[in-house]
Write a protein that binds this ligand. Structure first.
Ligand code: B12
Ligand code: SF4
Length: 469
């Protein structure tokens, strides 16, 4: 069988220059691809250039010198420019076959293949099966004609084969190949750092996709039908991580771990019954959060939840097809805090119907909620979303832009009928200042720090990352 070298590109220095303190997270998607193709005899290595802090030049040399003739690289939207440069430099120095996968390639395959001639194939959407089949074709020197989920250049055009249906039973996918990742390099410098200094942490994904279709998110379009792993399978992975790899913190990266509620409760009970020694965090929705559920989560070791709240104006939330109410948000935050679970809330500034007034409403709502940490991002029309389609087909779309302006925090090209790009950026800065530099937030912070002095470093690093000091 073939061998493949999988690459997580460096991102600290390329696009996210505005943040000085970034956490370093494991590329779980690549580790999934690796374990899946390894099962069929493919030899795999992963270079996590981000964790290893490689410059582009160093990475290119490592790729060129590597014996594998096939290279797979992942990318999000804001990094595509930098990824294309890597591919061009590798191509200039070698005859490697270069495969791109991930979010941006999935939705912008044609554009990428037309502009970056060094990429040979794009694997769209869920990658495991498509990559395996493509490797097989490459081994027998057969073209990718008709291979579902693959796009490739052909005589000055781009062929986009039909999409591959999602894997039906995701319990059958082997656990990510953690042994191929530089595990000691992963560190949480920001909001997810709860003080497990030096302890091992891992990420776990117990589902793929989301039943919702919020206008600013591509999850449902990327993953297709939402699929859940069963509790036995998730528990087996938790056991593997905690017993074999001595992991003490697991971040569930599901779009929403708390649904379906029956599965979630079973999972919590299983963790409680088996007295596993680890703490965990997760993304949660705010609907159906009850006292009983939060108590169960706390008992099972949950220390933190992340909530997508987006706006403090109900009409705007409704326009996002978010299906939540401000009342549900308030109730959920109260319950989580009552049981001592840290609450982080995510908000967006510059949503399509936002005005200066509604951004102030959002800021006031964020303050009133008394969250452990409110996060703001600049609304960004990411490819694959309804927001992207409506923005790009409107008069507001810029004639020219760079994808690295899509980082969701810094420079933006996005604007709305009510707000210019500059106004959105100013309102974003205002939101951060208003929320982080106010007496209640600072008092709560001090109380939190007194309860757990380690939090001092945690909050300081977080502030540095977001306020750029
Ligand atoms: C965990 C996570 C993070 C973590 C870790 C990121 C990482 N490198 O793994 C952190 C917090 C660092 C993070 C940061 C950011 N993230 Co993020 N993140 C996620 C999240 C919640 C899970 C990622 C994951 O592990 N998924 C599960 C695995 C199995 O899927 P996967 O990684 O996509 O890989 C599969 C396929 O994409 C494909 N594939 C991927 N790469 C390749 C490569 C090859 C060669 C092949 C063949 C296939 C292939 O095969 C894999 C297996 O099926 C996703 C949402 C989601 N549910 O996916 C958002 C998501 C990926 N993030 C997103 C964004 C916007 C960001 C940030 C830009 C946010 C910010 N402003 O800081 C940064 C970008 C940093 C970066 N360069 O990655 C967007 C990306 C959208 C886009 N078009 O760019 C997503 C989709 C969330 C969303 N709905 O908007 N993120
Ligand atoms: S924002 Fe969250 S709830 Fe909405 S579609 Fe995306 S993952 Fe689902």
């Amino acid at each position: 069988m073939e061998s493949i070298l999988l690459i997580n590109p460096p991102y600290n220095r390329e696009v996210y220059t505005e943040t000085k303190t970034l956490s370093v997270h494991p590329p779980v998607g690549l580790a999934y691809l690796a374990s899946f193709v390894q099962r069929y005899g493919v030899k795999v290595e992963i270079i996590d250039a981000n964790a290893l802090n490689y410059s582009r030049g160093e990475l290119v040399n490592r790729i060129v010198d590597h014996p594998s003739r096939i290279v797979g690289i992942t990318s999000v939207t804001a990094l595509i420019h930098s990824v294309c440069k890597i591919c061009d430099e590798v191509r200039a120095k070698s005859d490697k076959v270069i495969i791109l996968g991930g979010q941006h390639g999935t939705f912008k395959d044609k554009e990428i293949l037309e502009s970056c001639k060094s990429i040979d194939y794009i694997v769209r959407g869920e990658g495991e099966v498509t990559l395996l089949r493509l490797l097989h074709r490459l081994k027998i020197n057969k073209s990718a004609k008709g291979l579902m989920g693959v796009s490739y250049p052909d005589n000055n055009t781009v062929v986009s084969n039909p999409s591959r249906p999602p894997i039906k039973d995701i319990n059958k996918i082997p656990f990510p190949a953690w042994e191929l990742l530089p595990r000691s390099k992963y560190k949480l410098n920001g909001f997810l750092d709860i003080g497990f200094k030096g302890e091992q942490l891992a990420k776990l994904i117990s589902s793929r996709g989301c039943p919702n279709k919020c206008t600013f998110c591509a999850s449902a379009f990327f993953w297709g039908k939402v699929r859940f792993r069963n509790v036995d399978n998730i528990y087996e992975e938790i056991e593997y991580l905690t017993q074999k790899l001595h992991v003490r913190q697991i971040d569930f990266m599901d779009d929403c771990l708390t649904i379906p509620v029956s599965r979630f409760k079973d999972l919590c009970n299983r963790i409680i019954d088996n007295k596993l020694n680890f703490k965990w965090s997760c993304y949660s929705r705010v609907q159906n959060i009850t006292d009983e559920l939060v108590l169960l989560m706390k008992k099972a070791g949950c220390f933190q939840v992340l909530l997508g709240i987006e706006s403090g104006n109900q009409e705007i939330i409704d326009s996002l097809k978010k299906n939540i109410t401000l009342e549900q948000v308030t109730n959920a935050v109260k319950l989580f805090k009552k049981h001592g679970i840290d609450c982080l809330g995510f908000f967006m500034v510059g949503l399509p119907k936002d005005t200066k007034y509604t951004v102030h409403e959002t800021v006031n709502f964020a303050k009133k909620l008394n969250l452990d940490f409110p996060f703001f991002s600049v609304t960004t029309p990411l490819p694959g979303t309804e927001l992207y389609d409506s923005f790009m087909s409107s008069d507001l779309a810029p004639s020219n832009f760079e994808w690295d302006q899509f980082s969701t925090h810094g420079k933006t090209i996005y604007r709305t009928e009510n707000l210019s790009s500059e106004e959105i950026k100013k309102l974003y800065d205002y939101a951060i200042k208003k929320c982080y530099f106010n007496p209640t937030f600072i008092t709560n912070l001090l109380i939190n720090i007194l309860k757990n002095p380690y939090k001092l470093t945690r909050y300081w690093k977080l502030l540095r990352a977001f306020v750029n000091i």
